[in-house]
Ligand binder design. Structure first.
Ligand code: ADP
Ligand code: MG
Length: 303
């Protein structure tokens, strides 16, 4: 009866939009007690939009958007795509970039029209010894408290020795409609939810609250660099937890492979799908709960 039960399980799985890599995956679904959720593209749609443009005194908004947009045009990060599209819509065709450099989980650098430009998280700039003006820092903090991701734009104009922060751009993501309900169902299956993201802590906590993850009682792990996400999973495992992880990005692949059960969003990157044990074809978190329930039931039939 074993092969039949498995086929029934996976057949029903296919109907629900769940692809399971192999029968050994079922056993892991029984054990998992913790579910780590990537934020961008997993709990949220990842379709970000440019919202606010704060230019430093003496800086034209158009120039700010042109230089930042040009650089982000070369990146595939969801934040970058939102900035490039928003900039092009507001400031017209974007100039070419020389010496483009992507700093994973932090931002981008390059030369645009003779300006040495950096666009990204505060950390990328403070590492280079550049701090934003108090007024821009305030705009940044206010945006983050409201759940928006703030991106700093700094440059050195031709002939200038050092760069300074010229503006803050903010982007907004939207929580997927089904995320809160999905987290309720995952809890009912005995899984403790943890939000994991490279994004700023204030943004992470705002999104967490929106989907019913309490930053005090549950865990919100923010500002984690892409290469450190797998370490977070390992640390949870060393605390004795059996960990499921849901993610979509290139930066989630190692964590998905490390987790006891890796669930990849079918709407995400190939790297994530290859690393996962299970694919949620439509990228809906509700199906993660279905997948775990269905696998457990299939396992019960086999045994
Ligand atoms: P997540 O874990 O939410 O998928 P990432 O690790 O990819 O996020 O990125 C973390 C943060 O780094 C982003 O929220 C953003 O603030 C910043 N960042 C990464 N890449 C870029 C970029 N190209 N431009 C601006 N900011 C970026
Ligand atoms: Mg993601």
């Amino acid at each position: 009866a074993t092969p039949t039960a498995l086929m029934v399980g996976t057949g029903r799985g296919a109907q629900l939009g769940i692809l399971i890599k192999g029968p050994e995956v079922l056993e892991s679904t029984r054990r998992v007690d913790t579910i780590v959720l990537d934020k961008t593209g997993t709990v949220t749609t990842g379709r970000m939009e440019l919202k606010d443009v704060h230019a430093a005194p003496g800086v034209e908004e158009r120039a700010l958007l042109r230089l930042a947009g040009a650089l982000e045009h070369a990146s595939e990060h969801p934040v970058a795509r939102a900035l490039a599209e928003g900039a092009e819509a507001a400031a017209g065709p974007l100039p070419p970039v020389e010496g483009f450099e992507n700093v994973a989980g932090l931002g981008v650098r390059g030369t645009v029209e003779g300006h040495t430009v950096t666009v990204g998280r505060e950390r990328l700039l403070t590492d280079a010894g550049i701090a934003p003006l108090p007024k821009l820092a305030e705009a940044k903090a206010a945006a983050e408290a409201a759940g928006r991701t703030a991106v700093l734009v700094a440059w050195a104009a031709p002939g200038e020795e050092t760069a300074s922060v010229r503006g803050v751009l903010t982007v907004a993501d939207t929580v997927k409609e089904s995320s809160a309900e999905a987290i309720t169902r995952l809890r009912r299956l005995g899984l403790a939810p943890i939000l994991l993201t490279g994004d700023n802590r204030a943004v992470a906590e705002s999104v967490a609250r929106e989907v019913g993850i309490d930053p005090e009682r549950d865990q919100v792990i923010a500002e984690v660099l892409p290469e450190d996400k797998a370490d977070v999973v390992r640390r949870l495992q060393s605390e004795g937890r059996a960990v499921a992880m849901v993610g979509d990005g290139v930066n989630d692949a190692a964590a998905l492979a490390t987790a006891d059960l890796g669930l990849a969003m079918g709407t995400g990157t190939d790297a994530a799908i290859e690393a996962g044990d299970l694919t949620l074809v439509r990228g809906d978190l509700l199906v993660a709960a279905d997948a775990i329930r269905l696998s457990r039931r299939t396992l019960a039939i086999i045994k």
